[in-house]
Each structure stands twice: as structure tokens, then as C-alpha cells.
Design a protein around this ligand. Structure first.
Ligand code: BG6
Length: 490
């Protein structure tokens, strides 16, 4: 059915993610008729709250992001709060009773979605109690949604996975990577596989390199404690960036089945050239932002941020080169970069095609501009194709032109938010845009070598990039030595 029924239990309901993303997304599903009145939300957290207070919080969080709406009171009436101590069996039994009652009251057919938006050390005990206290034994479905960080490295991720798998099967587990919920990330597949003009060229015969940038202007803000143990490599590369690489590089799946798509992505990650410790610094560059003044505003350097070690070795910027050693991609570098406090907030993919074998036209004495396909993920959603055309001056010259398509420039409100899609997909049982354990495992293994080398060899040059820049100059050097350069973004 297209209007799924369920009780959604949010662990960590007093946290930031619930307030900023989850409540507004569920509200939009409700307003858009994606879910009917047959749902209830139970917020779970350590802080004692009454359901009344919780509803007030919910209303505030949705009113911030949506126009005030008369439906908000009815919406909030579906919310309940249950204080819970993760270690305490009794409180799980109470929660079980509550869920049983809500099942009846809202006619949710025993369908339960458990959303874990908490620190990973609680995932295991929660999953265990959900199963062993019988909260998952209903006539309907039970699904577990897990937020990042999914472990700190391969070993801890594996342990975490085993704990969860003791209570839930792989097909009940939905590991969120919110980039997979973004409109234009989902569009990568369609652009590639629904266009006769791209798919035949999508290989090492015609593509010279691919560049993926996800830059942010904000610093770490209040997340110093988390970020110190994560850094950009675990925060962004292991998940979001590598997921985009997998989608760009995978073979056409035989169908749009979740299992088919995920298995093609896994194959890409298996073909990633793994790095030896000695190679890490040839393929990857790290950076950390220093303090600076932008528009008369003083910005703290990373080392001065709250809960950050004044001599921190944590990277806030990473760029790197990935090689995919398979038939399609041998020899084509995938350059990725991401960082905090950069020049623009933007996520963009640039596919650079190879030069033609012979250049007949002049372009101010230079070679013709290479063809680029730019996929704008955010803030703009769209694509730009860079071509060459005749200059209107009667000479044999060419000039670069752009074909532009922007899908969110008109009515922005129509594009659902990443979380909105993903919650809905999970309610429908569609795991396509969630990461399979095999993907998580392979990307951790790749990233572990880099993280280990960087932990062992402290960066001597931190801080090494200014706020408002595109990262340290070594990041340019990375492409320079291959005869390429980063194309401007944003
Ligand atoms: C999160 C990271 O996963 O992604 C954050 O933990 C980062 O550090 C965020 O800011 C970026 O997401 P988006 O959707 O704003 O590009």
C-alpha cells in the first residue's frame, strides 16, 4: 500500500537530529498524505518528559520549518513519550505495553519501526532488549533504522553489526546514509542508465577523471567531542563520499531491485585499489582549518573550538584519489574532497571527458575546452553539460557553451528532504537507498589504512588551510601530478 501504517519508536527523541530532521520530515509525509492517520510516534529518551511536553517540542520543531498549519495539533496528538533507561529490562516491558495499546488505538497492524538516533554504544543493548523483551514479536513487520556513526573502524563496526544481527536480520536493518536520500544522488543512476548519450561513454575510453566535492562553510560548531574522534575521513569519506563513488562507478544492475543495486555497489568497493601504508600520503591529503577573519568576523581555528584538543591532529579536510581496478575504470582517477570551513557549501560531481584526438579549432590559442558533465547535488539540484560551439566571428574558433538544467530553481518546496524519503522508503520496506553491511565493511577497510597512518604520523603542518579557501595547496598538487586540476565549483 502507499500509505503505510506503523508505530515509529525514536530512541534519542530529545536529540538534535529528531528535532531538526525527523519530526519535520514525518510532518511533511503527513501533510503530503504519504501517511494517513494510522500512525503513532513514541519518543524515547533518558530525560523525563511528559507526552504533553514532548508534543509541544514536536510542534515547535515543525513550526520552525513549515508554515504554521492547522493540522499541527492533530499531528502532534500522535506523539507519545516514554522515558527509558537502556539497561533496564523493566522499562522495555513498559514500552512494550505502550506499543501494544498504540497498535490497537491507531490500527497499525503490529508494524514497528525502531529508529536509533543515539550514540552507537547503545545500539547493541537496545536491539537485544527489543528482541528479548518481545517488542518485535507482533503480527506485522519490525524494522531497525540506524544512524551513523556505524562504528569507528572496521573492527568496531563488525562488532556492532554482530550485536544488531543477533536480534534483527539483515533485511530488517536500515543503515541510514542521508546522502542516498538526496534527489540528485538518486538521479545519478537515472542520468547514467536512461540516456543513450552517456552510458556508452561512461568508461575509461572516454572519461579522463571524475571529481566529487562536498564542501561546507561551517566549522565543527558544537560537535567537537564527536568530531575529535572522527575527523573528515570517518565523518564524510567512509560513508557519503564513497557511496557517491559507488553509484558513479557501478555496472548497470539487471533490475532496480534493492539486492541488485546494492550488489553492483559492493562490486565497485571490492575493486577499489587498497593502499599500503607507504602509499597513503601519495593518494590522500589531509587538512585542518586555522583561525581567520572573514567579512570582519573572527572565526576560530579548529584547535580553538569547544571540546577540541589545542594540539589536535584531527583532519577537517580530506582530498584523495581513488582507483577502481576493473575493466571499465582502469586508469581513471576518482578525485574526492570534503572539508569544513571551505569557500562554499556545495556538493558537486564533475565528470571530465577525454580530449579529442585532434584539435581543429582555436579557442584563444588554447585547446578546446574538455566536455564536462556536472551533477549539482546541492544547493542547486540539476545538471550542466559543457560543450563547445562555433564562435560567431566567422573564424575557425570554438567557444565553450553550457547546457543547464536546474530541477529545484522553480518551486523548491516540491523536492522532498532526504530524511523524508528515507523514512518513507523504510516504512514501505524498500532498502535500496540504505547501505548493506557489505558496503559498510568494505568502505571501513579502505578508510582504516588511511586513518591509522594519520593517527600514527601526526600532521606537522596543521593548521594548513584558511577558512574560506578550497583546502590546503597539497590538495591541488594531488591532481597536478596527474596533469589535471580541480574544476571550480559552486
Ligand atoms: C553529516 C556529517 O553526516 O553530514 C556532518 O556528520 C556534515 O559533519 C553533514 O555536516 C553534511 O550533510 P549535508 O546534507 O549538509 O551535505
Amino acid at each position: 500500500t502507499s500509505t503505510p501504517k506503523a508505530v515509529i519508536v525514536i530512541f534519542g527523541a530529545t536529540g538534535d537530529l529528531a528535532k531538526r530532521k525527523l519530526f519535520p520530515s514525518i510532518y511533511r509525509l503527513y501533510l503530503n498524505g504519504k501517511i494517513s492517520e494510522d500512525f503513532a510516534i513514541v519518543g524515547v529518551g533518558r530525560t523525563p518528559f511528559t507526552s504533553e511536553e514532548f508534543r509541544e517540542n514536536v510542534k515547535r520543531s515543525v513550526n520552525n520549518s513549515e508554515e504554521v498549519d492547522h493540522k499541527v495539533d492533530t499531528f502532534a496528538s500522535h506523539f507519545y513519550y516514554h522515558p527509558l533507561d537502556v539497561e533496564n529490562v523493566e522499562s522495555f516491558l513498559e514500552l512494550k505495553d505502550l506499543l501494544g495499546n498504540l497498535d490497537e488505538q491507531y490500527d497499525t497492524e503490529g508494524n514497528r519501526l525502531f529508529y536509533l538516533a543515539m550514540a552507537p554504544q547503545f545500539f547493541g543493548p537496545i536491539a537485544d532488549n527489543l528482541k528479548n523483551q518481545g517488542l518485535t514479536s507482533t503480527n506485522g513487520w519490525s524494522r531497525l533504522v540506524i544512524e551513523k556513526p556505524f562504528g569507528h573502524d572496521y573492527e568496531s563496526a563488525k562488532e556492532l553489526n554482530e550485536q544488531i544481527r543477533a536480534a534483527f536480520t539483515e533485511d530488517q536493518i536500515y543503515r541510514i546514509d542521508h546522502y542516498l536520500g538526496k534527489e540528485m544522488v538518486q538521479n545519478i543512476e537515472v542520468i547514467r542508465f536512461a540516456n543513450a548519450i552517456f552510458e556508452p561513454l561512461w568508461n575509461n575510453h572516454y572519461i579522463s577523471n571524475i571529481q566529487i566535492t562536498s564542501s561546507e562553510t561551517l566549522g565543527v560548531e558544537d560537535r567537537g567531542r564527536y568530531y575529535e574522534s572522527s575527523g573528515a575521513i570517518r565523518d564524510m569519506i567512509q560513508n557519503h563520499m564513497m557511496q557517491m563513488v559507488a553509484l558513479l562507478a557501478m555496472e548497470p544492475p539487471i533490475s532496480l531491485d534493492a539486492a541488485e543495486i546494492r550488489s553492483e555497489k559492493v562490486k565497485v568497493l571490492r575493486a577499489l585499489r587498497s593502499l599500503s601504508e607507504q602509499e597513503v600520503n601519495d593518494y590522500f591529503v589531509r587538512g585542518q582549518y586555522g583561525k581567520s577573519v572573514i567579512n570582519d568576523q573572527e572565526l576560530l581555528g579548529y584547535r580553538e573550538e569547544k571540546s577540541v584538543d589545542p594540539e589536535s591532529n584531527t583532519e577537517t579536510f580530506v582530498s584523495g584519489k581513488l582507483m577502481i581496478d576493473n575493466f571499465r575504470w582502469a586508469g581513471v582517477p576518482f578525485y574526492i574532497r570534503t572539508g569544513k570551513r571551505m569557500k562554499v557549501k556545495s556538493t558537486e560531481i564533475i565528470v571530465q571527458f577525454k580530449d579529442l584526438p585532434m584539435n581543429l579549432y582555436f579557442n584563444k590559442g588554447e585547446n578546446v575546452h574538455p566536455n564536462l558533465l556536472v551533477i549539482h547535488i546541492q544547493p542547486d539540484e540539476g545538471i550542466t553539460l559543457h560543450l563547445n560551439a562555433k564562435k560567431g566571428d566567422g573564424l575557425a574558433t570554438s567557444t565553450p557553451i553550457k547546457l543547464n538544467y536546474c530541477s529545484n530553481c522553480g518551486d523548491k518546496l516540491n523536492t522532498p528532504e532526504a530524511y523524508e524519503r528515507l523514512i518513507y522508503d523504510c516504512m514501505l520496506g524498500d532498502s535500496t537507498n540504505f547501505t548493506h553491511w557489505d558496503e559498510v565493511a568494505l568502505s571501513w577497510k579502505f578508510v582504516d589504512t588511511i586513518a591509522q597512518v594519520w593517527e600514527k604520523e601526526k600532521a606537522q603542518n596543521f593548521p594548513n588551510y584558511e577558512s574560506g579557501s578550497m583546502g590546503p595547496k597539497e590538495s591541488d598538487g594531488l591532481l597536478d601530478k596527474d596533469g589535471f586540476h580541480w574544476w571550480p565549483i559552486g
